[in-house]
Design a protein around this ligand. Structure first.
Ligand code: ATP
Ligand code: MG
Length: 417
């Protein structure tokens, strides 16, 4: 026998209930997003590498260590998308929509990052995401966050999460903060991890996000952005919190949140949970006013988020069950022919119906029970000759005869009971 092949490390097959959970998350998010006027876009799974290297920042973990990039047969550098926002902004520019604002975009699909696989962290994972492109007002930030909260509520998992909120200020605020952070960490340079020493020169904000224990100790008393906010940045921050109060979305300020990608400004937020260990962030986003310009468009404000479908699925109690089946059980060749018409008529009514391809009455009834059928439609030679069927309620054992044309209505009543 040939060697049995396995899925690639960090990828998973989703079968049956796993995929039902997954689909429930996507369907729910899509439905709630539509209530807020968001329309779905699907952009390609791979892009010109520059779509990501320009936008996420060369020093970000994603670009420096996690991207699946390759040169294709034509010599172009291609990258499997590690996230969805850059592609949406690229598409906005490619499709000439930069003057048709606002654009309210929902997306869902696979993302790829070369990470160390563990619970809640995969190399192919999936996100739902939203982008509100155009408005710069803090009310827009609040509405996107409220929408994220609404999705979590609709999934029944909002009370397992906490919204953590921070501001990263505008460019002027961040420059001043950056200088203060460099000064702080330079004093403790020798105690920093090797990686953070490199970050110190290139991107000191990222030290705040370090998972290294020695770094974490120094992060504790690093300066906060609060002391460096410009008037405009402070007004945005105050406006956001007031708007969130009006939406009735509770939050906790966490001055240590920085997003892993370089394109964020002002608002940064995460819905976190304690149920998933180290992989506790289920939904994360922020304002990214510079990204559309990075893609060659005009300066365009925008705010959005992405949520990991795997992590959301793990928090779900139980996914909606598949529809309850009806079994169609013909006995004999003549009956087979009539069974097909009844099978299709039941399905046309919007009910699940299944028939086995072989076996005697006993075997077929066993199978009906195994799939959890609530009713069996039994057609023998005699029934077939008279154009009728026996409809058996498998919960009570009760059986009655029905004309073939009436069978769909009779079983519908049993399914609904
Ligand atoms: P983390 O800190 O967990 O690495 P991140 O900051 O890299 O997250 P984002 O780029 O903000 O994550 O992505 C948004 C969401 O996508 C995350 O909050 C998480 O739910 C999910 N996510 C990110 N990377 C992975 C992954 N490798 N596997 C599964 N889900 C992921
Ligand atoms: Mg990450």
């Amino acid at each position: 026998m040939a060697e049995a092949l396995q899925p690639v490390r960090g990828t998973r097959d989703l079968l049956g209930e796993d995929q039902r959970r997954f689909a429930h998350v996507v369907d729910t998010a899509r439905r709630i997003a539509a209530l807020y006027g968001f329309d779905e876009w699907a952009t390609p799974v791979f892009e010109d590498t520059r779509v990501f290297s320009r936008s996420l920042g060369e020093t970000s973990d994603v670009v420096s260590k996690e991207m699946y990039s390759f040169t294709d047969r034509g010599g172009d550098s291609i990258t499997l998308r590690p996230e969805g926002t850059a592609g949406v902004c690229r598409a906005l520019v490619s499709n000439g929509l930069t003057q048709s604002l606002p654009q309210k975009v929902f997306y869902a699909g696979p993302m790829f990052r070369y990470e160390r696989p563990q619970k809640g962290r995969y190399r192919q994972f999936h996100q739902i995401g939203l982008e509100l492109i155009g408005p710069s007002e803090p009310q827009a930030d609040a509405e996107v966050i409220a929408l994220g909260h609404h999705i979590l509520r609709a999934l029944g998992i909002a009370d397992q999460t906490v919204l953590e909120l921070n501001t990263l200020g505008d460019a002027a605020s961040r420059d001043a903060w950056r200088t203060a952070l460099i000064a702080h960490f330079t004093v403790h340079r020798d105690a920093l991890s090797e990686e953070s020493r490199q970050r110190l020169e290139r991107n000191p904000l990222r030290i705040l996000d370090s998972k290294d224990a020695a770094d974490r100790a120094l992060v504790g008393d690093a300066p906060l952005i609060d002391g460096f906010l410009s008037d405009a940045a402070r007004a945005h921050w105050d406006g956001l919190r007031a708007a969130l109060d009006r939406f009735g979305v509770p939050f906790r300020i966490n001055p240590r949140i920085v997003r892993g990608l370089d394109y964020y400004s002002h608002t940064a937020f995460e819905f976190v949970t304690e149920q998933l260990g180290a992989q506790g962030t289920v939904l994360a986003g922020g304002r990214y006013d510079g990204l559309v310009a990075d893609m060659g468009g005009p300066a365009t404000p925008a705010i959005g988020f992405a949520a990991g479908i795997e992590r959301l699925s793990m928090l779900l109690n139980s996914p909606p069950p598949p529809p309850v089946p009806v079994a169609v059980v013909p006995v004999g060749e003549v009956a087979e022919a009539q069974a097909t018409a009844i099978l299709q008529a039941i399905r046309s009514r919007g009910l699940r119906a299944e028939a086995a391809y072989r076996g005697n009455l006993k075997r077929r009834m066993e199978r009906a029970n195994r799939i959890g059928a609530v009713a069996a439609v039994i057609i023998g030679e005699a029934e077939a000759a008279r154009g009728v069927a026996q409809v058996k309620d498998l919960r009570t054992g009760e059986q009655r005869e029905a004309a073939a044309d009436d069978v769909p209505a009779v079983v519908a009543a049993l399914v609904a009971a």
